[in-house]
Unconditional design. Structure first.
Length: 488
């Protein structure tokens, strides 16, 4: 990340709680889970993103001399606590799926093993990074799914939430499938291909439209995309573009046009006809103008001849949804005996009651290599042995007691099983293999390929099964009764 991250990138109450733990010598080993409860955009999945960024931020996290001076000026923090912070480094182990993995509600996406003080400090930074990039990567995947074979370009910098938001959005959008970004800094920092055409001001800066197009073609002969809606799309715009297009063709070069306003369906069809009649069948059409996945889906399904899509505002801001809503909850704490005690947050809404204990996720695939269901288990369960011995495994609904099904080699069949949570940070140091962003993008696409198209529908998608193991289900039940003071 190009921006320096201070350890002050946390909510203030995290620091006040940390001081309380420090002064009371209350700093046991704990396990926290980050997860989300509802798929964004009323969709069927999310694309896990932001992991590499988050780990890099944690690895270098520290309080500068100026940070400590600021905290001291508040008159709230004890000097002993400030001295502790002055030499602070994050020490902890983190487990997570591969970045780009298709994920679902209720699954622990980031599992943090560390001291209580460390776990509190990193909460806001972790949630900020994972929540935002997962949201935008998911949005980008939806947009690219809608575009089918069309090229999607991320054009959102000028509408993003600040420079840091714009940079993170470009990274996440690329993971979700966008082919290039207009954000030049993102190109430098992350190696994302950059691109763009022209603004209306280019056309307006010249004495006439034809001159503007010719000058652009002269300077950028191999990237000649002409913006034709400055004055009259189906009048001077396309007429002048055709003149320049024929001049390009005579030189053995290609060209394209961009439409940034109006009825895109009508205009794109009319422009395509005019281009073809002029012998410019290989000229491309790019469109922009507040596009969403719903608009793109309609145009694609109607067979409108569009080759590429410039998507900005509704991509980098999340459009209809401003945040993922991921949360970070205590799942277990170590007792003086050395054993970990599962913890639970009980809510009047069962959907908000957390899953206790240290957990793992198993993804089951059918013989067709499509994912069938995910199973959340306790980390010390013998699921691997059960799979090896080809035993039947019971999947319990996370919210209702009577809803279950059995997965077996001979019944509801599975061909292979994948364990999703793997160690990515050990004692505050990244221990996973670092991969290029283009490889994360490729993996995100590959992960999506293992899900039936019904789960990826933009409207009313099929609900993917995420279940609890019998052991986790029983533990949750017992802890709820204990919290309510009920004895069976």
């Amino acid at each position: 990340m190009v921006f320096d991250i201070s350890a002050l990138t946390t909510d203030f109450y995290e620091l006040t709680m940390m001081q309380g733990y420090f002064l009371n010598n209350e700093n046991p080993d704990v396990v926290f889970d980050m997860f989300y409860r509802k798929n964004p955009f009323d969709g069927g999945y999310a694309v896990f993103a932001g992991l590499d960024e988050m780990l890099s931020e944690l690895e270098s996290l520290n309080f500068s001399t100026n940070d400590i001076a600021y905290l001291k000026s508040l008159g709230i923090f004890d000097q002993r606590f400030l001295d502790y912070l002055s030499t602070y480094r994050f020490h902890g182990d983190i487990y997570a799926p591969r970045e780009g993995t298709t994920v679902f509600p209720g699954e622990p996406l980031v599992r943090v093993h560390t001291k209580l003080i460390d776990a509190q400090l990193i909460e806001s930074l972790l949630l900020n990074t994972i929540n935002f990039q997962t949201l935008i990567a998911t949005k980008a995947m939806r947009v690219c799914t809608a575009a089918k074979d069309g090229v999607v370009m991320e054009f959102g910098l000028r509408r993003a939430q600040g420079m840091d938001g714009g940079l993170s959005a470009s990274r996440a959008a690329y993971i979700g499938g966008c082919k290039l970004t207009s954000n030049t800094l993102a190109g430098k920092v992350f190696g994302i291909p950059v691109g763009g055409t022209m603004a209306h001001s280019w056309v307006m800066a010249y004495d006439n439209e034809l001159e503007a197009f010719r000058e652009f073609a002269k300077i950028y002969p191999n990237n000649c995309i002409l913006l034709i809606d400055t004055y009259d799309t189906l009048g001077s715009g396309i007429e002048n573009a055709i003149i320049v297009g024929k001049e390009q063709k005579a030189k053995g070069l290609k060209m394209g046009v961009r439409i940034d306003s109006g009825d895109l369906s009508y205009l794109a069809r009319a422009v395509r006809q005019r281009l073809d009649e002029a012998g410019l069948e290989d000229a491309t059409i790019c469109v922009s103008n507040d596009l969403t996945e719903e608009i793109i889906t309609t145009l694609v399904n109607d067979g409108v001849p569009i080759n590429s899509w410039g998507v900005g505002t509704n991509l980098v801001t999340g459009g209809s949804q401003s945040a993922l809503g991921g949360v970070y909850k205590l799942a277990a704490k170590r007792l003086e005996s050395g054993a970990f005690q599962p913890t639970i947050k009980v809510s009047n809404s069962y959907a908000k009651t957390t899953n206790p204990g240290i957990k793992q996720i198993y993804r089951f695939y059918g013989p067709d290599e499509l994912a069938v269901a995910d199973l959340i288990t306790l980390d010390d369960e013998d699921i691997d042995e059960m799979i090896k011995d080809k035993k039947d495994i019971v999947f319990y609904h996370p919210f209702t007691d009577g809803d279950l099904f059995v997965m077996g080699r001979d019944k509801y069949r599975y061909a292979r099983v994948e364990k999703l949570l793997n160690m990515v940070m050990k004692d505050g140091k990244i221990c996973m293999d670092r991969v290029a962003l283009k490889d994360i993008q490729a993996f995100a696409k590959e992960s999506q390929s293992h899900f039936h198209k019904s789960y990826k529908r933009l409207i009313n998608p099929h609900i993917y099964k995420v279940s609890l193991s019998r052991k986790l289900k029983d533990l949750k039940h017992d802890l709820i009764l204990e919290a309510k003071g009920i004895k069976e």
